[in-house]
Write a new protein. Sequence first.
Length: 240
Amino acid sequence: MTMQDPIAQLLGNWSTGINLWSILFRIGLAVLLSAIVGCERSSKRHSAGLRTFILVSLASAASAMIDICLLHQGGETFTAVSAAAVVATAMISGNGILFSSKSQIKGITTSAGLWACSVVGLSSGAGFYTLTLVSFAALLCVLSQFPRFEAILKDRSNHFEVHLELKNSAKLQDFVTTIRKLGLRIDDIESNPAYVNSGLSVYSVSMTISERDIKKYRKHSEIIEALRSLDYIHYIEEMN
């Protein structure tokens, strides 16, 4: 017995096959839902944010449609090693892009973009030109248009994390006192052992904006700029 998706039944027969409208709808739905998850992650200072979730979801949706098309064309043998193998290979290659800088993970979006781009190439090679062009347009839009929105989202979040370098570890208590006076709450302070012989006291500090006026009128960059003026702080920046 075959079972049809209830929502697909409401939408009509066009949604069950692979055609221009179903491709647009499926990719659009994948981007929309992953964007909601990405917004939630970005607002809580997680490394994998808006664009990363969208790119992974976009690649997965396109891969699923490629498999369906290949199966309908009688390519069962190729299908077994096509999308899954290529996407997995791209993920492994993308992991090599990731690196750490001042305790920050870099290159996550680039890694996901490589993964998504591999699917665009796979669909083009398989001759699914409509899927290729729609996926490419969505990928290009995510990479070029979303960074500004994602930056605004993060800068207005109540939570953020900074890389802090103090000239003297004895000044940590002064820093904590200043943070509280500014209307911020420190959630966690972690010492970085990599700088133990550098003469500096280096920490990763997670903070929450608790004062209403600061939430409404101050960006993260403005708060950090104010902290940078303290004479006992050697260096401070927001962590991505």
